[in-house]
Structure formats: structure tokens, C-alpha cells
Design a protein around this ligand. Sequence first.
Ligand code: CMX
Length: 435
Amino acid sequence: MDPLKEKFFEKSASLKADIKTILKDHGDKKIDEVTIEQLIGGMRSVRSMIWDTSSLDPEEGIRFRGYNIPQLRELLPRIPNGKEPLPEGLFWLMMVGEIPTIENVRWLSAEWQKRSSVEKHVFDTLDALPKSTHPMTQFSIAVLAMQSESIFAQKYEEGMSKNDYWDVMYEDSMNLIAKLPRVAAYIYRRSFHNDVHITPKTDMDWAGNFAHMLGYDDADFKALMRLYMTIHADHEGGNASAHTMHLVGSTLSDVYYSFSASMNSLAGPLHGLANQEVIKWIFEMVEELGTNNPDKDQIRKYINDTLAEGKVVPGYGHAVLRQPDPRFIAQKRFAEDNIPDDPIVQIVWDLFELVPEILGSLGKVKNPWPNVDAHSGALLVHYGLKEYNFYTVLFGVSRALGVCAGLCWDRALGLPLERPKSITTDWLKQYIANN
Ligand code: CMX
């Protein structure tokens, strides 16, 4: 057994035993109640699932296994002289709850290298699609095409003990994560670079190699990719892409079915697609105003015009957070350190100054602060990756780390089929009349 798998098995067997005891001794205790506002309003804050890889505090933001983003930027291993943590380290941490050593991370980079070759039929499937197909559609289809390789599906068909689900889920997850950068880079190069593809390096870390295959070998861009892939990976279990993964996976659909579904959820403009919407909106502002150095009055008017047209300000607001997103702040720090004079970055910072006050004045927006999507596009544009339709695929590649780790845990803990109860509006009206 490989070192990560062995550690994962130890930890998960122990937690599985704890959960059994918790259920036996405390299964009937209440931890929450649901209001009618929560029932109609998208189940906000209802505690209803186990997700151990990360947790989200409204004021403080995300913690991965107890570590916040500034701590991870310090503690996770990097390449020699690297400026940013390696996402391999975050995956290790999410899987087993321990900060890995540099050797652990080197092993994982090499392991993903070994597993990274993509079957020809996946590229053929992509080639059958018009190049104008949205990159997220291509990405989701490619992941489904990879399902033919699912070890879980194959073993299940052969007849497998429940006790082995975690093992094949681990193998499938490791394979999927290893292959995703190649698939995503293929989509990018076919959609935007005339099908001129770039051979992967055989000795590079996962995110660095991804940057290379996209066509960006600048050392700072690679550092950005490492940071990007780390901070977008997980945001506890209730967000739409993670919850979709958990729900679909709970039917014992394998990781490919589950992740493809998860990506369809990430592709919505209220979720991951917001990263493309932000930069599109900024580009439209620059074009409409005829300058990429607009003054604050011009930007304020543009924000107000957007709201007057009945649209949301993309990249602002959040269902859980009530402070600026630490993932936004991490990207802002990266920009301050590397590209402080970039004009689009300046606009992003001006928006940070102006939008919260305007959204706050509407009186209904619960969180007027920027989320993760408000900054990422400006950084990518600076290094030349301007094709914003592709941005959500980047988010998706990173999200695979968190949701695959989550699904491994689901199977290791033996969590059951998810099946909440729905009610009709007639039932609700009757309930109100009777109470
Ligand atoms: N611009 C304008 N109005 C906004 C707004 C924004 N950025 N954020 C919230 N509102 C509005 C809502 O549309 C809602 O209006 P109505 O009552 O008229 O329907 C009202 O404020 C209350 O919404 P809320 O409770 O504050 O926010 P929700 O939990 O319902 O929604 C989110 C959260 C993210 C969907 C919302 O803030 C939004 O649409 N933001 C813009 C899109 C975006 O950036 N999404 C990315 C989120 C991060 C991610 O998943 O990647």
C-alpha cells in the first residue's frame, strides 16, 4: 500500500469506529432546527452533513483541517526557492489531517506524474465537439468520457465488499486528479491556441506542469498556479459543487460521474462561473469608459448602472462569509508582491474600496464583501491568460482536490445515500394554519 493510502486507512478506520459509537450513544440528540426561511431560502446554515477536509467560519473564512490560508502559505512544502505552497501538500493534509513533509509531497508529485496519462478516446471525444463549446461543458464531458476507466465501477460490477469501497475510490480519485491538468490544458489549447498542444514535463510538480501545458512557463505564473490550485480546492461541504459531489457520490456513483456533476454545478454564474463574469464585467467597463485607468466616480457609476439593470455585481457577496474572503486577500497579497502596478489589478482594488459601501446601502445584501472570484481574473490576465471562458475550468481542476478527498472520506466512513425530505407548499400552509 502506498504511504498516503496506508495513513488514510489508519485514520479513517479509527474515525469510522468513533462514528459508530457516536451514533449508538447519541444518535437521537438534536443539533439544529430548520426555520421556514431556511426551508424556502436554500437551506442556509442548516447543519446537515459531515465534511472533515475543511470548515468555513462566516467571520474568519476557510480553515483546511484547522489551518487558515496564511498558515498554509507558511507551513505547506514548496519547490526549492518557491514562493507559494504546493497543492499536493494541501491534498495530503485534507486526506490525513497532517502537514506533509517535503518528501511526502515529492512522492505525491511523482505518483500523480505516473498516473497522468489520458486515454485517447477522451481526446477524441473532445475533438468531436465544436471548438466554440464552452470550456466547462468540454471539461464535464471529458470527465464523463474518462468514466470508462473507473476501477470502482468495474469492481462493483464484479461484486465487491462494502469494506473495499474506500480503496477503489482512493485509486479512482488519485487517477482523476493526476489526469485533470492534461485534460484541462488540452481543452484550453484546442479552444484558444489552434490545437497546438504542449508535451508535459516528466519531472515537474502538478500545478507547475499544468501551467507549462497551458503554455505559460513564467516562474511567477507557475507560482500563481500553485497558489490558485491550493486556495480554490475546498470550501467546506455545503457549497454547490462539493455538495453535488457528495450527493451524487452517495448513490455509489463513481468519482467520474460525481465529479462531472460537481463541475456542472460549478459552471453556474452564482458559483464558479462568477470568476469569468468578473473579468468580463471589468473588460466591458474598460471598453465602455474608453480607459483602463477609470477614476472612482466612473467606477461608482458603472457599479450603480449594473445594479439598476437588475444584475448582481459579480465576485461580491457570499452565502456564508460575512467578511472579505481570505482567498481574495491571499490573491491581493500575491498581486501586491508581484504586480502592484497592473491597471486591471488597480481596478479590482478600486472595486474593493467602492462596491461594499454600495451593496451595503441596498439594505438586503448580507455580505457586501468580495469573494474568491473577485481577484483571480486580474492575475491571470496580467500573465497573458485572457480567455476568461476558461477560468472556471481552472477553478474546477483545483476543486477536484477537495471534493475527491471528501468522497474518499464518505466511502471510508460508510456514509449512506443522501435523501432529505421534501414537503409540498400545501403541506407547509397546513402546518402554518395548525401551528
Ligand atoms: N450584487 C447584487 N446583489 C446581490 C449581490 C451582489 N453581488 N449579492 C447578493 N445580492 C442580493 C441577492 O441577489 C438577493 O437579492 P433578492 O432578495 O432581490 O433576490 C439579496 O442580495 C440577498 O442575497 P444574500 O442573502 O446576501 O446572498 P445569497 O446567499 O442569496 O447569495 C451569492 C450568495 C454568492 C449567490 C450572491 O451574493 C451573488 O449572487 N453574488 C454574485 C455572484 C458571485 O460572485 N458568485 C460567486 C460566489 C463564490 C463562489 O461560489 O465561487
